[in-house]
Ligand binder design. Structure first.
Ligand code: ZN
Length: 71
């Protein structure tokens, strides 16, 4: 296996994975769902499940706000 170049995209990706930074980046707090990348996050926001969460949020925002502030 070829050695990874320090500073390369791949190296950075592995570093981010190790640090868990990726976890926060594409996280949908509304659904408490973690997406793999920007594209996954976009797809998720278009999904039925997310739309349903949005409907619930609109109907009862206070409940969600309480949950968010506890997190
Ligand atoms: Zn969502």
């Amino acid at each position: 296996m070829p050695k990874q170049e320090v500073g390369s995209t791949k190296w950075l990706g592995n570093k981010m994975k190790a640090k868990g930074l990726q976890k926060l980046r594409w996280y949908c707090q509304m659904c408490q769902k973690q997406c793999r990348d920007e594209n996954g996050f976009k797809c998720h926001r278009m999904s039925d499940g997310h739309q349903r969460q949005m409907q619930l949020f609109v109907q009862d925002p206070n409940r969600f706000m309480d949950e968010f502030s506890q997190a």
